[in-house]
Design a protein around this ligand. Structure first.
Ligand SMILES: *Cc1c(COP(=O)(O)O)cnc(C)c1O
Length: 248
């Protein structure tokens, strides 16, 4: 028998809670946008969909979610054919191994987690093979954490200069995840630093590098991130509820 993650009744309940959550999140986003002097339309809500079944993701799309982000290549590939992406973009937001890049071709419109020259090179190479191009964000290890993905802030300019010459990728902005154990005040400082890098790089006008997206802020701090300048927030549990991991 096919094992379903949820009973029909549980799906119905989840659909209702996703709708309520989405309404609240949109209100929060609009309020933070206005407080920071921007139009709420300028802020992209990306639904972080790891562990969320395709049925629930599709429901969120019918409610107006226009970007989703997956973390694991295997999970994305398993769900992909069940997703209704006719009106919704799909991005990759998790740590990406070079040997898995090929599996994302034709599935995602942006990879938010580019943090090595090797990875950027492989994305560009695969794009060449598939006669396509890829938008990417550079992930910055803004907290300079030892075991965390992301480019060190001090190496960011050199990194951009190096990958900007790759033929088939376009750098569209920056992404960051501040340290999980940071206080609210420290998190705000990390967000502000990211905003400074974003603005600094924008003024430098590097070929093939445009600063269109500053992707930061998750369920616990998306409003603060917007106040600090984010124009894309990646929200998972606040939208879909606490994550349920299948034990396989
Ligand atoms: C899971 C995840 C999110 C969303 O996290 P929540 O706290 O559930 O909102 C955002 N970004 C990335 C990269 C993630 O892996």
């Amino acid at each position: 028998m096919m094992e379903k993650l949820y009973s029909e009744q549980e799906y119905a309940q989840r659909f209702v809670s996703v709708e309520e959550n989405l309404k609240r999140i949109r209100e929060d986003i609009a309020e933070a946008a206005r407080k920071s002097g921007r139009d709420p339309q300028e802020i992209t809500l990306l639904a972080a969909t790891k562990t969320v079944p395709a049925e629930v993701i599709n429901h969120a799309i019918t409610l107006g979610v226009r970007q989703i982000g997956e973390n694991r290549v295997q999970e994305l590939c398993e769900k992909f054919d069940k997703l209704d992406l006719s009106q919704c973009g799909c991005q990759f937001i998790g740590h990406l191994q070079t040997n898995k890049v090929k599996n994302l071709m034709g599935k995602v419109s942006m990879i938010q987690s580019v943090d090595s020259v090797k990875l950027a090179g492989e994305i560009s190479r695969q794009c060449g093979v598939h006669n396509t191009q890829m938008d990417v964000l550079v992930e910055v290890n803004i907290g300079r954490e030892e075991n965390k993905s992301g480019v060190d802030p001090d190496a960011l300019m050199d990194f951009l200069a190096e990958i900007s010459s790759l033929p088939s990728i376009y750098v569209r902005g920056l992404m960051a995840i501040p340290p999980a154990d940071a206080s609210e005040k420290e998190t705000m400082q990390f967000f502000s630093k990211m905003q400074q890098y974003f603005v600094d790089i924008k003024t430098q006008k590097i070929d093939n590098v445009s600063m269109d997206y500053l992707s930061m802020g998750m369920s616990a701090d998306y409003a603060q991130a917007i106040l600090a300048g984010a124009n894309m927030v990646r929200v998972g549990s606040a939208l879909f509820g606490a994550r349920v991991y299948k034990n396989t």
